[in-house]
Design a protein around this ligand. Structure first.
Ligand code: KIV
Ligand code: ZN
Length: 531
């Protein structure tokens, strides 16, 4: 097979050491809506939860843990709505080992009950104040009760990874006898290593045939590694969340674990990996938890290349610096120009716009890009195009095709934030109104619909420069468009009012974007111009 036809380029030592497991199927148990929602500060409405559940279903997860129904009427309503939504995935709900919890799940008409009780001496002594016998009794009772009501039952040994192995083996045998469908090893405080996780799973497998799941937290940054190690040792299911959100440092991330299973073991899951980015973006938007730029698979920089040496390699064959082909996970490759740029990056970016500069001109653009970056400026596509014109001795005038004529925004309690904007676009007046989650969202939507729906808001950053309610803020807005060729432009503004400052920044980005688009011309090549 030609290198370029392959999509994964991982180390050959993985296969040599781990072997391939093409016949194994691992279940993906998604807990974004339960453990993910336990991320400090996150609270999802029923509507948000339904939207996420739909995307998880499209993604192909096997189980969706929709919530903890006994927690509140709102939580119950959300779980019930998801259970009633007719999704393909099995809908699961969380329960302690007591009747009130299980009755709420039964009433919510979920398919699966996830019942848990801690098994470690730390939890038994300091939290539950129960004996091991009492814990065993409760676990077995909960499995029996859920089964008697027709539910598939998964039992989780909370804090399993800090539990005495002899007792854990006793627990797995008891819940297997009670006919639980799955046994989950919870690494509740993310405190185990891959080797030790392998040991636990093998020990449990030696005394029981019940399918084993793992639930790994990320306190030491090992959640993905521990989940993969558990599968290597025989686990049949992994608990994951989109973007790895969850209690404290979060849970094992769905995108990392799934790609690891596919790439390192050749194990298939039901996940359509091309939808991973879509799911990540939705969860980030609805939870308000931004994804760190260097996050594996879904971070902004996961497929971005700046250094000259890397870009040179990538342009020869992407396998040199990309272990995963970006389209496999629903992404595009990004060649970024900046301080570490080489002439190859500049040449390839400008070629996308149909610019063929001489070697000398390319060298000049590269030097100027580096200088701008060293002076702290982010060099976007609009800037790069301006430099390309400049080194050719061509004019770069006329960068403001749009003028803001009027802007109002109204917001308040029990009122849908609405913004109205009047723009002069190439001499023509355009007036639009939009609603949004807040006045800034409404304003930016109104601006984009006045100009072109194809324009995307790729980045929005708001920082307070000084303290206090009258503080100055700095807003950065990055807009993009795919037509006539992928192009992006950044705008920045500083001011005391976050709404009008955001509009100022967006106006700058919009003007620079339109200017850049006009330079490219409709066919993706540079517009012919004189001088
Ligand atoms: O982290 C944990 O132990 C849990 C249990 C409910 C499985 O989330
Ligand atoms: Zn957890």
């Amino acid at each position: 097979m030609k290198e370029t036809e392959r999509s994964l380029f991982v180390s050959p030592y993985n296969e040599a050491v781990l072997g391939r497991h093409p016949d194994r199927k691992v279940r993906i148990f998604d807990t974004t809506l339960r453990d993910g929602e336990q991320t400090p500060g996150v609270a999802l409405s029923t509507r948000d939860k339904l939207q996420i559940a739909q995307v998880l279903d499209d993604l192909g997860v096997d189980s969706i843990e929709a919530g903890f129904p006994v927690n509140s009427p709102g939580e119950f309503e959300a779980v019930k709505a998801i259970a009633d939504a007719g999704l393909k995935a099995k809908i699961c709900a969380l329960n302690r080992c007591n009747q009130a919890d299980l009755d709420a799940s039964i009433k919510a008409e979920v398919d699966e009950a996830h019942v848990f009780i801690a098994t470690s001496d730390i939890h038994l002594t300091h939290k539950l104040r129960m004996s091991r016998e009492q814990v065993l009794e409760k676990a077995v009772w909960a499995v029996d009760y859920a089964r008697a009501h027709g539910l598939v039952v998964e039992y989780s040994a909370e804090d399993a990874t800090r539990t005495d192995i002899g007792f854990l083996k006793q627990v797995i045998r008891k819940v297997e006898e009670a006919k639980a469908d799955r046994f989950d090893v919870a690494d509740t405080v993310g405190s185990i290593t891959p080797e030790a996780m392998r040991y636990i799973v093998r020990e449990l497998r030696s005394v029981s045939r019940i399918p084993i799941a793992v639930h790994c937290h990320n306190d030491f940054g090992l959640a993905t590694a521990n989940s993969l190690a558990a599968v290597d040792a025989g686990a049949e299911q992994v608990h994951v969340t989109v973007n790895g959100i969850g209690e404290r440092a979060g849970n094992a991330s769905l995108e990392e674990v799934v790609m690891g299973l596919h790439a390192f073991f050749g194990i298939t899951t039901g996940i359509d990996t091309t939808k991973l980015m879509l799911a990540s973006k939705l969860v980030s938007r609805l939870t308000g938890i931004t994804v760190q730029p260097n996050k594996a698979i879904v971070g902004d920089n996961a497929f971005a290349h700046e250094s000259g040496i890397h870009v040179h390699g990538i342009l020869g064959d992407a396998s040199t610096y990309e272990p995963i082909r970006p389209d496999v996970v629903g992404r595009d490759r990004k060649i970024v120009v900046g301080k570490h740029t080489g002439v190859h990056s500049v040449e390839s970016r400008l070629k996308e716009y149909g610019f063929g500069l001489t070697k000398e001109q390319l060298g000049m653009v590269t030097q100027r890009v580096k200088k701008l970056a060293e002076d702290g400026k982010q060099v976007d596509d609009a800037e790069l195009l301006a430099l390309a014109y400049d080194v050719q001795g061509k004019s770069v005038e006329g960068q403001r095709p749009i003028r803001l004529e009027e802007f109002t925004a109204i917001t308040g309690f029990n009122f849908t934030p609405t913004a109205t904007i009047s723009l002069i676009v190439d001499g023509e007046k355009r007036r639009t109104s939009e609603t949004g989650v807040g006045p800034i969202d409404a304003a930016l939507k109104a601006m984009r619909s006045a100009v072109s729906k194809g324009i995307t808001l790729d980045e929005f950053r708001l920082e307070a420069i000084t303290g206090g309610s009258d503080s100055l803020c700095q807003v950065t807005v990055r807009l993009g468009d795919k037509e006539p060729a992928p192009v992006s432009a950044i705008g920045r503004a500083v001011g005391p009012d976050i709404v009008t400052t955001s509009v100022d920044a967006a106006m700058e980005a919009l003007n620079r974007l339109l200017w850049a688009k006009a330079q490219i011309g409709p066919a993706g090549g540079p517009r012919a111009r004189n001088g």
